[in-house]
Design a protein around this ligand. Structure first.
Ligand code: AMP
Length: 423
């Protein structure tokens, strides 16, 4: 049987992982500057964490979860997103009894969704996301947007569009849902079967439907933004003001919705205008009702999630993927006898202790084969340990690019390689 990675998953190979790490470094530094700390939660949770925390009317919960019974007969689910798990951890560890706000991030965390795989859409993918708990003010919404926006700029993704919207609060949404139901009732013939069901349970979900017919009807539906209450209006106005203070351009897009009761007020997406269909790299919003829904205290929350593969795809399309040097600094070749090999091993360890990327042979190959390997591997410098070198306690360090050599005592090899690297 030919063994292959499961459909919709991918290996991150050594030629790619360097770019992942470089991007992750930028993200970590940026999160630290913004006062966010990392949280790592399990990749599976009890199914009800997601059924409640994501919402059982969503496509994610209804169609896309990898759910299984463990050997103890408990229903478990591989996480399809991370907010619900982070809220579960926040509550379990009672972080609500400490100082507020609590600002958390997770990075390159694997997520699992049973979706139709296509470019930029996978069954296992990775997200970077942030969650802030206990900060009701719109300045915090602007802060998380600024984190995401500036990150993309820092990574060289320049052509960006920020779309914002307000989906109000449960109070103003009640009125809105009435007019939405009335509107969709007049267009029942056009709506798909799923949307017929949504009409009763949660008509706002129809606005998210991917079917072109439903989309066309949704375009002319009443807009939440025209129905929000005065408090929500004020919050949205504040958000715009803070975005202006941060110098972040935005456009109001009434079509962005998150049709779940616990989402409140701000929703946003950041879209890279350089790639096509999968250009939405980041989506987020405020979810003031979630903590309560998951059995915790009344505490506001706001956050976003980035698709890391999407982000790297955009960077690659723009030629902005970080160049990662995968070659070693020095290759220490030796005659294939015990004394020479031991000395090479010792020098290699000394070099590595000084931060030099050093390599030796582990197959007792002849000098010719080792020299060939050193050239092929792209090592910047090479040292050969033969009988003379052992006898004199001295080596030559050869620059592989131009063939020049310098003499060095064995004791000073690390020091000399270091100064050659940094010359
Ligand atoms: P969501 O949790 O659905 O709001 O998605 C947040 C971000 O995760 C999206 O903007 C995408 O960048 C990314 N994403 C979502 N689903 C997938 C998927 N199946 N494959 C790859 N990336 C995804």
């Amino acid at each position: 049987m030919e063994m292959k990675a499961p459909r919709g998953t991918h290996d991150i190979m050594p030629e790619q992982s360097g770019a992942w790490q470089a991007v992750e470094d930028v993200i970590r530094r940026r999160c630290a500057r913004f006062g966010f700390e990392e949280i790592r939660t399990p990749i599976f949770e009890q199914t009800n964490v997601f059924a409640r925390g994501v919402g059982d009317t969503t496509d994610i919960v209804q169609k896309e979860m990898y759910t299984f019974d463990d050997k103890g007969g408990r229903s478990m689910t591989l996480r399809p997103e991370n907010t619900a798990g982070v809220v579960r951890a926040f509550l379990e560890h009672r972080l609500y009894s400490g100082p507020m706000p609590v600002k958390l991030y997770y990075l390159s965390a694997p997520m699992f969704r049973y979706e139709n795989p296509q470019s930029g859409r996978y069954r296992q993918f990775h997200q970077f996301g942030v969650e802030v708990f206990g900060a009701p003010s719109a300045s915090c919404d602007a802060e998380v947007i600024a984190l995401a926006w500036g990150l993309l700029k820092e990574l060289g993704v320049e052509k960006l569009a920020l779309h914002i919207n307000s989906i109000g609060c449960p109070t103003c949404r009640m009125e809105y849902q009435k007019s939405l139901r009335a509107y969709f009732n007049d267009h029942l013939d056009t709506l798909c079967g799923t949307c017929h069901e949504r009409l009763d349970r949660n008509p706002m979900r129809i606005l998210d439907c991917k079917s072109p017919e439903c989309k066309a009807v949704a375009e002319n539906a009443p807009k939440m933004i025209d129905h929000i209450c005065d408090d929500c209006k004020e919050h949205f106005q504040q958000l715009k003001t803070y975005l202006e203070v941060a110098g972040i351009p935005y456009s109001v897009d009434p079509m962005i919705v998150r049709g779940l009761d616990y989402y409140t007020r701000t929703v946003f997406e950041i879209i890279s205008e350089d790639i096509g269909a999968q250009g939405t790299v980041c989506g987020g919003g405020r979810y003031d009702g979630l903590m309560r829904l998951m059995g915790g205290p009344e505490l506001p929350g706001v956050g976003f999630a980035f698709g890391v593969e999407r982000l790297l795809m955009v960077m690659e399309a723009l030629g902005k993927l970080p160049e990662v040097d995968r070659t070693s600094d020095v290759y220490i070749a030796s005659l294939p006898n015990d004394d020479a090999r031991k000395k090479a091993f010792e020098l290699c360890m000394t070099c590595r202790a000084e931060g030099i990327r050093a390599e030796i042979d582990h197959a007792a190959r002849g000098l010719k084969a080792q020299t060939k390997y050193a050239g092929k591997s792209g090592a910047k410098f090479m040292i050969v340990i033969g009988d003379d070198e052992l006898a004199n306690e001295s080596v030559r360090i050869r620059n592989m690019a131009d063939g020049t050599e310098i003499e060095s005592s064995m004791a000073d090899v690390a020091k000399n390689v270091l100064s050659l690297i940094h010359a």
